[in-house]
Write a protein that binds this ligand. Structure first.
Ligand code: ZN
Length: 345
């Protein structure tokens, strides 16, 4: 009996490590190694490599690896008018889990132009796979800038959502198949996430005709996050508050963290009707998953999610990881999904 080719299509949360000739390795806010035209050319080269590495690993829905942005939030903000990047201030973010130097919102927000057109069109021209582009979600953006203008988080989130919507529609027109919003803040401000957080996402996807997704995780594998996770107890139930609201939302897919996580898998049941991007690769550990371990997590998810709704994925972005580790993990993801197709078809 043949295995349906579309079953357990794989994808990644979004980012891959940048090559050392492009930016400082193993950092969340790395400095670029080049400038001007040379930097633009290097970003393009790195994007093509990221595509190739995903294709070789058997990833079905590929991304640009986020090679063109310094950081997943600030990479968007750089294209927004009304933000003062020259005078960053220190702010506790994610409910003060860690301090970051953040830019300030000082006026009405407006896009300066296209944000991800260059890398999206380049990627579209060079892969026949499904292409996904990620952007920060409105709530997470609001949690990563200092407001000196709007005076209200919800109003500012809706203003950002309008800009995200503008870019999302343009990306769809560029031929992008899926647009994902990253909302780690949903796991921090659960009540607000289920309310205005999702409303802001709805604003961001208004009129967007391609697949839409939201990624909700417990953060990159950096120390502030692993320390925070230790305080969350034996079972992580943050998703429990947000999932029922997401199940009712107009967002198509939900990406979440499962591998080596203390999230009870039974919570996946709360996402009834949605495609679930099941995190089967731990980005907080350098240990490479075996295909059997990957298939094992998929098997667990199958108890709560329909077969045709499971999309094996990484727990989070791999930007701060070592490149050879990330590549080995990509390969484990591809092989594990293949094994799962044989096991569970
Ligand atoms: Zn994440």
């Amino acid at each position: 009996m043949g295995v349906p080719p579309h079953m357990f299509e794989t994808t990644i949360a979004g980012s891959l490590p940048k090559p050392p000739w492009l930016a400082e390795p193993n950092k969340l806010w790395p400095q670029w190694k080049l400038a001007g035209d040379e930097l633009a050319a290097a970003k393009a080269d790195a994007t093509l490599l990221a595509l190739k590495e995903q294709e070789d690993a058997g990833i079905d829905i590929v991304t640009d690896g986020e090679m063109s942005r310094q950081h997943f939030v600030h990479g968007f903000l750089e294209f927004v008018d009304g933000i003062d990047f020259a005078h960053k201030v220190e702010m506790g973010i994610r409910a003060d889990r860690y301090k970051a130097m953040v830019p300030q919102v000082v006026g009405d927000l407006r896009l300066k132009g296209r944000v991800h057109a260059t890398e999206a069109r380049l990627a579209r021209a060079h892969t026949s796979k499904k292409l996904k582009v990620t952007m920060p979600g409105p709530m997470t953006i609001v949690d990563t800038v200092a407001d000196r203008h709007y005076g209200d988080r919800v109003t500012m989130a809706m203003a950002f959502a309008a800009l995200l919507n503008e870019e999302a529609r343009a990306l769809a027109a560029d031929g992008v198949d899926a647009i994902q919003f990253d909302e780690p803040a949903f796991n921090v401000y659960m009540d607000e996430a289920a309310g205005w957080g999702i409303e802001a996402l709805h604003r961001a996807i208004e009129g967007v005709k391609v697949t839409t997704a939201v990624h909700i995780c417990y953060g990159y594998g950096i120390k502030a996050n692993t320390d925070w996770k230790k305080t969350l107890g034996a079972e992580w139930r943050q998703y429990e508050k947000v999932f029922p609201a997401l199940a009712k939302s107009r967002i198509g897919q939900v990406s979440l963290e499962c591998r080596n996580s203390k999230v009870p898998m039974s919570l996946l049941k709360l996402l009834d009707g949605k495609d679930v991007l099941v995190g089967v690769i731990d980005v907080a550990s350098d240990e490479i998953e075996t295909p059997e371990q990957v298939a094992g997590v998929i098997g667990e998810a199958l108890k709560y999610v329909a077969k045709d709704k499971i999309v094996p994925c990484t727990n989070c972005g791999m930007a701060p990881m070592r490149r050879e580790i990330a590549n080995a993990k990509l390969s484990a993801l591809g092989k594990g999904a293949e094994l799962a197709r044989r096991k569970f078809a």
